[in-house]
Design a protein around this ligand. Structure first.
Ligand SMILES: Nc1ncnc2c1ncn2[C@@H]1O[C@H](COP(=O)(O)OP(=O)(O)OP(=O)(O)O)[C@@H](O)[C@H]1O
Ligand SMILES: [Mg+2]
Length: 282
């Protein structure tokens, strides 16, 4: 995971500092974009032809819920805004992009996600399932990838680089915030702020740990039918420093958490094979 962590840290710095990798430091070929339409965040990732990060931007989201577009116009506008922001920073147009869906989403909802990307004037290159996108970044070919996002927890089982089985449960960081809000008598918004304040992490984790236990038991239940030794956790809700320890003790598996868990899936979405227009979905 050392390699992946270096790439994830570099990507996080580009987003935070609003910087780009200069032309002369990139592999030649068209820039590749990934659009992650998450429940909590929309992330636009830009990579060079060798899958190295070039730029990125992220925006809080309310337009998609658990892989379902609930505000189509808002979603298109949000993607267009991120695209325009990065095009300005890069000084060139962004032409092609891939996107992703949580495992288990219906074909109609997957199409809506793809339509958002096309309506934002991207040539749509691929629609991948989110845990497979994460697996590309982590170079995992065998094991379970668990993406604990805002609204959903997706589990994918990989064997020889292929997804054998996948499952999606409607729990994630939003669920943690609701539990914290209930326990402390806070509004959802105030609880979300309290949850993200690292100074509170110990106290917050004590309150939300039952949600993590529940997630781990869902994952364990799913793994009963699979021969898996390693679990790779990604997504914003696994950022808590105790998360992997709790997951490991509940599941009895080796649990690995990369650097910048929020950015793993968004980065992997842009790592599609670029076989030129004839090899694309168009
Ligand atoms: N430092 C942190 N500590 C705890 N939770 C965090 C932290 N940072 C982000 N989160 C939580 O992670 C969630 C967002 O994660 P992520 O961006 O992976 O979700 P998403 O992709 O938008 O949602 P989904 O994949 O479920 O559609 C939110 O609930 C947010 O509160
Ligand atoms: Mg997500």
């Amino acid at each position: 995971m050392t390699d992946s962590n270096a790439i994830l840290n570099a990507f996080a710095t580009l987003i935070r500092d609003k910087t780009i990798v200069a032309h002369e430091d990139r592999a030649s070929g068209p820039l590749k974009c990934g659009v992650d339409l998450g429940t909590a965040n929309i992330v636009l990732s830009v990579l060079d032809a060798d899958n190295r990060p070039v730029a990125g931007a992220t925006h809080r989201s309310t337009v998609v819920r658990d892989g379902i577009v609930v505000d189509y116009i808002g979603a298109v506008q949000a993607v267009r805004k991120l695209k325009a922001e990065l095009e300005e920073r890069l000084g060139e147009p962004l032409l092609q992009a891939a996107t992703a869906i949580p495992p288990g989403i219906s074909p109609g909802n997957a199409k809506a996600i793809g339509n958002v990307v096309e309506a934002a004037d991207f040539q749509l290159m691929e629609i991948i399932d989110e845990p497979s996108a994460a697996a590309r970044v982590l170079k995992v070919s065998d094991g379970a990838v668990v993406d604990v996002g805002g609204g959903t927890t997706g589990i994918s089982i990989l064997k020889n680089g292929k997804v054998l089985d996948a499952f999606d449960e409607a729990t994630g960081g939003t669920h943690m915030t609701l539990v914290l809000a209930g326990a402390r008598g806070l509004s959802f918004e105030a609880a979300e702020v309290a949850k993200l304040d690292t100074a509170n992490e110990r106290d917050v984790f004590a309150v939300v740990q039952p949600v993590v236990d529940k997630m781990a038991s869902i994952v364990s239940g799913f793994l009963v039918n699979h021969d898996v030794d390693d679990i790779y956790v990604v997504g914003g809700a696994c950022v808590f420093s105790q998360f992997e320890k709790v997951f490991a003790s509940q599941t009895g598996k080796s649990v690995h958490k990369p650097a910048e868990p929020l950015l793993v899936t968004p980065l992997g979405i842009a790592m599609y094979e670029n076989n030129g227009p004839e090899g694309s979905l168009q």
